[in-house]
Each structure stands twice: as structure tokens, then as C-alpha cells.
Design a protein around this ligand. Structure first.
Ligand code: FNR
Length: 369
């Protein structure tokens, strides 16, 4: 179908399911074990209700914000997803260009399908970079120095929720190759190892995770600080104690995330972790940027997170599916979300998202225990 016919993100998902190879679909859609966390990520959001306010004069609304010095037209960023070209040849390049033309920001994945320098070249202004700390620390250090020197990267997201590869059963079962793309070029710590050994089993995820260092711990922050002066964001926080620890150690931000349900199954949907922060450590909200991802598919989902103090919301799978349509696909996803955010703001009586949104607009009792 033509892009104009896709009126929400579920339509796009449906097209991806019908169009991509079974192997590609299994890699992107797949999650851990019973997919419980994956399914509940989105479902739980639907059990948070609004308390719309009327008579607020909502003709004009503002949803722009600033994140790590980057002005965003909407509080949306592209979450890092490995090997984006599995869904379309331009992969990360389409994300970089589409993010720029849409006034949002992309996160370049460590395990990219295009060489890092090509993605940076396709990035007009700015991006975030996602790092997996590799067993080969020198390789991680080299890539951190390259992205820092580029001047385009505004924060480094260090992913810590997948120290080992989870059990991705759909991915392991799916037969066949991941199309003709050759994922994991030189920007990846797995490039050489993966191409040398080939997949140990059917699972693409299992192949990609091999080089991630499971020994990473809090004490590695000092090493990261010594090789870059960029803001550091801990991606994959799933309990309030770790949010407090990240704040105390001086991380500039955290991402509340369960890796789209691809890390520990039965880990909580991140919106529940956000509520846990409100109950247990409200001091973290002023101290660092609180980002969130997992299951956000509607403008209204995004507004709920902003009402609960999130600085911005990331989307992973939708921006993989969108590269089936190249840069325009990325733009279409952002257009749909901006339109949904705007309409929802008007319907619930919020004119200025970051000045006005608060928990007062929500009923969370169905999910908040
Ligand atoms: C991911 N995610 C991810 N995260 C990360 O830090 N490094 C990575 O390489 C990847 N790779 C990856 C591949 C695929 C196919 C998916 C779907 C996800 C997790 C990603 O950043 C994000 O946390 C989730 O995708 C958010 O959930 P939704 O929006 O996909 O529901």
C-alpha cells in the first residue's frame, strides 16, 4: 500500500508482517520466551486513563522540547535497533535522514548494517549513539572515540539490559537467510567474529549478542568517562534502585526499557518502572533525563509517559518497519505520531506539553500498585 493509506502504526506493522521475509519478521517482531513483556508493554499503557480538562482554549499547542541540547519538534526519538537494513536496504541511513527532516533524533546502533561513517555522513545534524560494551574493550574504546570526534553525537546510550542473549524462540526457529543484506559491517563489535563463525544456531539475535561483555558493571563508568566527554545514558533500567544508583554516579540520563521485551521476559513494562520511580525516588526526575521505550504506538501513549515525567519516548520496531519505505517511511511515522499527539493534547486540555502535562491528567490506579 501507499504510505498515505497507512493511518496508524498498527497499519504499518501489518504491512511489515505481510511483506517482510519470515526470517526478517521473526528477527524484528520476536521477543524473549513467552513474549509476555513484549505484549504487556503496549497493553498496560491502555489501562492508564485520561482525566480530560475542558474549556482550555486549545487552538494552538506546543509539543517541542530540548534533549541533550537538541531541539526536538516532538518528544520522540528512534530507539537503537541492530541491523536496520533487514527491513529495507537504506536501513540506518533512512532513519538518519528521516529523523532530520522530521525534527526528531535517531540513535545509531552499535551493531549497524551500514558502516558507521556512512551513517554519520547521512546524519545532517545530530544523533545519539548506542554502545554495547564489547569483550574487546579496545574496539569499544575506538568506536566511542570515533563517534565523539565526529561532533554529531550528542549522547551515548550504553545498553545494559542484555548482558547475555535471551531466548528468542521465533528468531531461532525461523529458517533461511536475512535477505541479501550483510548486517554488521565495520561499526559493529561483532563484525569480524560473526562473519567468521557464522550463526551458531538459527538465531540472528544469538549471533549478534556473542561479543557483548557480560562482565560489565557499575565500575566501568570511570573507564567510559575517561574516553569521552559526551553525556552518558544508561539504557535498560528496570528498577528504582538502579535509577538512584545511576543518578548518584552522575549519569546524565537513563532509559527505562526492557529492550522491547527482548531481554528478561516478565520484566515490567517500562511505564510501571516510571510509576515505581514516582513512588520511591521522585528526586531522580530533576537530576537527569528520564527516557522510556517499549510498546509506544500512539500519540496518547507518548503523552501518558510525558505526564509521568519522561523527557522523551523512544520507538523501536515502528522505525524498523518504516524503512521498508525508506526515508519517507520514517517521516510518515513521525507525522502520524505528531498528529495524534496534537489531537490528544487538544482533547484532554493541554496546550504546552512540557509546561502543563502532569500526573493530574491521568488515572493510573488500574496499573499502579
Ligand atoms: C532492539 N533493541 C536494541 N536495543 C539496543 O540498545 N541495541 C540494539 O542493538 C537493539 N536491537 C534491537 C533490534 C530489534 C529488531 C528490536 C525490535 C529492538 C531495543 C530497542 O532499542 C528498544 O528498546 C525497543 O525496540 C523498544 O520497544 P518497541 O518500540 O520496539 O516496542
Amino acid at each position: 500500500p501507499h504510505l498515505d493509506e497507512l493511518i496508524n502504526l498498527y497499519d504499518l506493522e501489518e504491512v511489515a508482517k505481510r511483506t517482510l521475509t519470515a526470517k526478517a519478521w521473526a528477527y524484528i517482531d520476536g521477543a524473549s520466551n513467552d513474549n509476555l513483556t513484549y505484549r504487556f508493554n503496549n497493553r498496560v499503557l491502555k489501562h492508564i486513563w485520561f482525566r480530560p480538562a475542558v474549556m482550555r482554549g486549545v487552538r494552538y499547542v506546543n509539543m517541542s522540547t530540548t534533549l541533550f541540547g537538541c531541539k526536538l519538534d516532538a518528544p520522540i526519538y528512534i530507539s537503537p535497533t541492530a541491523a536496520v537494513s533487514v527491513a529495507g536496504p537504506d536501513g540506518e541511513l533512512a532513519q538518519a535522514r528521516g529523523a532530520a527532516s522530521s525534527g526528531i533524533i535517531a540513535t545509531i546502533p552499535n551493531m549497524a548494517s551500514h558502516p558507521l561513517e556512512n551513517i554519520l555522513d547521512a546524519t545532517p545534524g545530530r544523533a545519539f549513539f548506542q554502545l554495547y560494551v564489547s569483550n574487546d574493550r579496545q574496539q569499544s574504546e575506538d568506536i566511542v572515540r570515533r563517534v565523539t570526534a565526529s561532533g554529531k553525537i550528542k549522547a551515548i546510550f550504553v545498553t545494559v539490559d542484555c548482558p547475555v542473549v535471551s531466548k528468542r524462540e521465533a528468531d531461532e526457529r525461523a529458517k533461511g537467510n536475512l535477505s541479501s543484506v550483510n548486517p554488521y559491517k565495520d561499526s559493529s563489535p561483532v563484525a569480524t567474529a560473526a562473519s567468521r563463525k557464522g550463526p551458531p544456531r538459527g538465531g540472528f539475535a544469538r549471533q549478534s549478542g556473542q561479543q557483548v561483555d557480560p562482565s560489565i558493571s557499575w565500575s566501568d563508568l570511570a573507564w567510559l568517562r575517561s574516553i569521552t566527554d559526551l553525556p552518558l545514558v544508561l539504557k535498560g533500567v528496570q528498577r528504582h534502585e538502579d535509577a538512584v544508583k545511576a543518578m548518584e554516579l552522575g549519569f546524565e540520563g537513563i532509559v527505562l526499557s526492557n529492550h522491547g521485551g527482548r531481554a528478561a521476559d516478565n520484566a515490567p513494562p517500562a511505564i510501571l518502572t516510571l510509576l515505581e520511580l514516582h513512588r520511591n525516588c521522585p528526586q531522580v526526575f530533576g537530576a537527569m533525563e528520564i527516557l522510556i521505550d517499549g510498546g509506544f504506538r500512539r500519540g496518547s501513549d507518548i503523552i501518558k509517559a510525558i505526564c509521568l515525567g519522561a523527557s522523551a519516548v523512544g520507538l523501536g520496531r515502528p522505525f524498523m518497519y518504516s524503512v521498508m519505505y525508506g526515508q519517507e517511511g520514517t517521516e510518515r511515522v513521525v507525522d502520524i505520531l505528531k498528529d495524534e499527539i496534537k489531537t490528544c493534547m487538544q482533547l484532554i486540555g493541554i496546550c504546552d506539553l512540557f509546561a502543563d502535562a502532569s500526573p493530574d491528567y491521568l488515572v493510573t490506579s488500574e496499573v499502579d500498585h
